[in-house]
Unconditional design. Structure first.
Length: 370
């Protein structure tokens, strides 16, 4: 069987390489038309632009290119085998359709691993790296490294943070207002025009401290410090995570998973009392990240019955079928994911419904292939 497996893989990998290359070239050319003025305004060099696309293209690979390319290549390959009666000859020799599909499932599994690794370890920092590339030739300090007006409450430490500006590169805060709820119902408030994280602690410069005992009508001035050090669990990495979750737009969230599973789990652990609607959104993102690698396996299941039908078929029928299948799958994926973000579907159903529907339809159609 090794010779047959190598033959099937070779016949699949050639059109798969063409599909991947074609999609990437088309996307880069199309994106350059709209981005060229932005690159020129940023004074980027040729290699800067190349690096920018190296950083941003993996997101496109995960969301669309890998599953669509695999689907198109599978339909083309299996249709070609069927047109030349190769599948009929293999099955007449006693090789089952499932055994013939083993190399295809292997490719789908490899693609699934690639999708998982990119989503978990690459995409979480891709946006920051892309912004850094766009700003590296600017004569002024980067404005993209700073976030204005961030307000959040950490349920675990009962700290209420209000930040006017946070520099991601230097971990420096401008105009910090921090309120701690202490045991017994009292609160302590810190006001500092500048704060910086060093050696595991926050340094508040020219800080003013106010204490308000439980039941007191107003806080009372306690102290003023040139430099006040506070050891808090909220690190710069923690703040960056807060910024990323707070600045996520609904339109971006509806496109698909935007965070790694590690980021979502850490955020939920730090916010045990998170609102129900926000928790539903994060759990939908988490389940979406889990379901993404299995998309490539579902693609194999739906492509096999369309391409492995007995008889001679026009190769363009397979291409047209792939287009309709892609549209149907992605429409279902966007709708179910949006319903999960809105709380109308459970996160598990919202994330896994497209794969289950696609895979189930493929299994039902495969049972009818003779």
């Amino acid at each position: 069987m090794r010779l047959l497996d190598r033959y099937l893989l070779r016949e699949l990998l050639v059109p798969l390489a063409y599909c991947l290359g074609g999609f990437l070239i088309f996307y880069i050319a199309f994106d350059l038309i709209f981005q060229i003025n932005r690159f020129l305004d940023a004074h980027l060099l040729f290699f800067d632009i190349v690096e920018y696309y190296v950083v941003t293209l993996p997101e496109l690979l995960v969301e669309q290119v890998l599953p669509v390319s695999l689907l198109l290549a599978l339909l083309y390959t299996t249709t070609q085998h069927s047109r030349h009666n190769e599948l009929t000859a293999m099955r007449a020799a006693g090789v089952s359709l499932w055994r013939l599909a083993l190399p295809y499932f292997a490719v789908g599994a490899v693609f699934g691993v690639v999708v998982f690794l990119i989503g978990e370890f690459w995409l979480s920092s891709a946006d920051d790296r892309a912004k850094a590339i766009l700003e590296r030739r600017q004569p002024e300090p980067s404005k993209l490294d700073q976030t204005t007006r961030l307000t959040f409450f950490n349920e675990a430490t009962r700290c209420d943070w209000t930040i006017s500006r946070f520099n991601r590169s230097t971990s420096e805060i401008l105009h910090l207002h921090l309120t701690q709820k202490l045991p017994g119902g009292s609160t302590r408030t810190y006001d500092a025009p500048r704060a910086q994280y060093r050696d595991g602690q926050w340094l508040l410069y020219n800080a003013v401290t106010w204490d308000q005992p439980a039941g007191a009508p107003r806080p009372s001035f306690t102290s003023s410090n040139a430099v006040l050090s506070l050891k808090l669990p909220e690190t710069p990495a923690w703040l960056k995570s807060e910024i990323k979750f707070h600045t996520l737009r609904s339109t971006d969230a509806a496109k698909g998973p935007q965070f790694s599973m590690r980021e979502i789990r850490n955020y939920l652990a730090l916010h045990p009392e998170i609102e129900a609607d926000k928790k539903a959104k994060l759990l939908t993102q988490l389940q979406g990240r889990l379901a993404a690698p299995f998309t490539c396996l579902a693609v194999v299941l739906i492509a096999l019955p369309f391409g492995a039908r007995a008889g001679r078929h026009n190769v363009f029928v397979g291409v047209a079928s792939s287009i309709f299948i892609c549209f149907g799958y992605f429409i279902l994926q966007k709708i179910s994911f949006a319903l999960g973000l809105g709380g109308y579907l459970s996160p598990v159903v919202a994330a896994w419904l497209p794969n289950l529907a696609c895979g189930g339809a493929g299994l039902a159609l495969l049972s009818r292939v003779r």
